[in-house]
Write a protein that binds this ligand. Structure first.
Ligand SMILES: [Zn+2]
Ligand SMILES: [Zn+2]
Length: 71
């Protein structure tokens, strides 16, 4: 039941790797979390870039910690 081979998450904008235990941001828009690849962001600055590109009206960053919750 271990997921040791899981690839590290990667910031959608700057490609910084997000490892287990690191905090990161997710998009609150459902469509951004339903895809096979999760959209994650290393910082609010990167999230703002995403929000501008995706033209979300009501997107909010959701703080998460990598590896703590299975999605
Ligand atoms: Zn980033
Ligand atoms: Zn989004």
């Amino acid at each position: 039941m271990s997921n040791a081979s899981q690839r590290p998450l990667c910031c959608l904008i700057c490609r910084k790797e997000i490892h287990t235990g690191d905090s990161y941001l997710r998009c609150s828009v459902v469509a951004c979390n339903s895809g096979r690849e999760k959209l994650v962001f290393c910082s609010e600055r990167c999230f703002d870039r995403h929000r501008a590109t995706a033209r979300h009206r009501k997107a909010a960053p959701v703080a998460c910690v990598a590896g703590e919750t299975a999605a």
